[in-house]
Design a protein around this ligand. Structure first.
Ligand SMILES: Nc1ncnc2c1ncn2[C@@H]1O[C@H](COP(=O)(O)OP(=O)(O)O)[C@@H](O)[C@H]1O
Ligand SMILES: [Mg+2]
Length: 250
């Protein structure tokens, strides 16, 4: 459904992506994990063309492109099929929760206002935010803002949603409500790429786990196999450092 092949990206002389092959099928939830600085955000940004890759190929919805000579039109088409939820919520401060969810529907998708409003209600209900629909971002907790950001993403009905550490800016007591919404989406068959430090989420909700380090994919496997039987020593080291007893407690 979405695949990149041999993706390369340098910042100056810093080679950040060293030929990444990554793919996700419809209905899959892929967790991307790895130490800070390993290139996870850059991977998502190159896939979503917020950053221009130096080389590589991308396949999306059966269409195939070379990253080096892709047109703006192709980029727009690809981005149209993607939803994004990033660490910093990125809601419009001058719009209510409702306004934020409606905005893209009305401006980008040209959906009539009444229909957009109906969709926005439905999406806010889905993330448990319908009773805050008329609140502004500043009146919402970080967890609530992130749930609105998720509602905004799913309202566009994208083929795939890319999450970049959606809970890492949140106080620990607020991460649960966001992860619960993501688990629900996963159960419904939403195709999701999730960069995360939440190992429990990766264990329980992801179908597959990709471990990155130093700009390369070190190991990837079905979630259960990845955690119960990691093949690479570097993966085992990372998991020893990262997984706490708490993660194993359920
Ligand atoms: N816009 C940028 N300009 C220069 N260097 C960058 C930029 N974005 C990321 N980097 C560098 O790329 C490397 C990978 O960063 P990043 O993709 O953010 O890793 P991760 O998300 O895994 O923590 C780091 O060394 C980082 O400093
Ligand atoms: Mg990052």
């Amino acid at each position: 459904m979405l695949a990149v092949k041999n993706l390369h990206k340098k910042f100056g002389s810093n080679e950040v992506l060293k030929g990444i092959d990554f793919q996700i099928d419809k209905g899959e939830v892929v967790a991307v994990i790895g130490p800070s600085g390993s290139g996870k955000t850059t991977l998502l940004r190159c896939i979503s063309f917020l950053e221009k890759a130096d080389a590589g190929e991308i396949t999306f919805e059966d269409l195939h492109y070379d990253m080096r000579n892709i047109t703006q039109r192709d980029i727009r088409r690809i981005r149209f099929g993607m939803g994004f939820v990033f660490q910093g919520f990125n809601l419009f401060r001058n719009m209510t929760a409702m306004g934020n969810v409606m905005e893209g529907l009305v401006t980008a998708r040209k959906i009539p206002k009444a229909a957009a409003e109906e969709t926005a209600w439905e999406m806010l209900r889905k993330v448990g935010m319908e009773n805050r629909a008329h609140y502004y971002p500043d009146q919402l907790s970080g967890g609530q803002q992130q749930r609105v950001a998720i509602a905004r993403a799913i309202a566009q009905d994208p083929q795939v949603i890319l999450f970049d550490e959606p809970t890492s800016a949140l106080d620990p007591e607020l991460t649960g409500e966001v992860l619960d919404v993501m688990r629900k989406l996963a159960k419904e068959g939403t195709t999701m790429v999730v960069v995360t430090h939440e190992m429990r989420f990766a264990m329980e909700a992801a179908s597959r786990v990709v471990f990155m380090e130093g700009g390369s994919i070190v190991e990837e496997a079905a979630s259960a196999a990845f955690f119960s039987n990691p093949r690479e020593e570097r993966t085992r080291q990372f998991l020893r450092r990262t997984i706490t007893d708490y993660d194993y407690s359920i």
